[in-house]
Design a protein around this ligand. Sequence first.
Ligand code: HEC
Length: 216
Amino acid sequence: MGHIQSEGKSSRRLVRAAAILLLAGLVTQGCGGSGAEPEAAEAESAISLPTENITAASFGCISDLTAVDRFFVGNLNGDIDATIAVAGSEEGGVYPVGSVVQLVPTEVMVKRESGFDAVTKDWEYFDLDISAAETKILTRGAAEVKNRFGNSCQDCHVKAAPQFDLICKSDHGCDPIPINDVMIRALQKTDPRCEAQELTTEEAEGLQQLQAALTA
Ligand code: HEC
């Protein structure tokens, strides 16, 4: 896990990454929850997951998903047990179709039907714009998807060791992201679509550090 060392060392990359995450939560922090519908389930047939069935309404408050490690999972096909089994496995495995994976509120990976895209192992990447009122999909797709600061999701995630199905966690071989666990938790807790949650002093400071990095 990458840690922000000091402002002096902060690179442009750090600032960009921090900006992404700030937009994930901090910018909209304080809006509180509006009780926006968090329901992610759109039970379809067990194997197919056509594009038209995945819309902004498929995504909601991050913490309404199931926590595994420090990220969250769901399954749009209702196959949540199978998703949790892979997500929690030390050995890795292939995520079942419909799996939804999120570390921060604005970035999502969804496991699509077989044949969706061989390069991304059938993952579809999403970059979301979120507010208390709604979720908007800014970008979605396969290896061409970049976050709004021009960093390719695939370029980072492809570095995960093969048995982990492009899931990075902190130790699967991806380059670390420059935010620490406290900051991640703070971003998760400030998803504006969720009920307002209290931040610890440490978490509030983590958000401030991110903001400092963004404006450095
Ligand atoms: C700079 C490299 C980088 C970029 C760019 C990047 N990610 Fe990640 N992502 C990571 C790393 C590393 C983790 C694991 C962080 C941790 O848990 O410590 C991660 C975690 C995740 C997770 C949680 C599951 C996992 O792999 O651990 C999801 C979902 C995710 N990213 C989606 C995306 C999406 C969608 C995009 C593009 C919009 C994106 N990421 C862009 C490096 C990146």
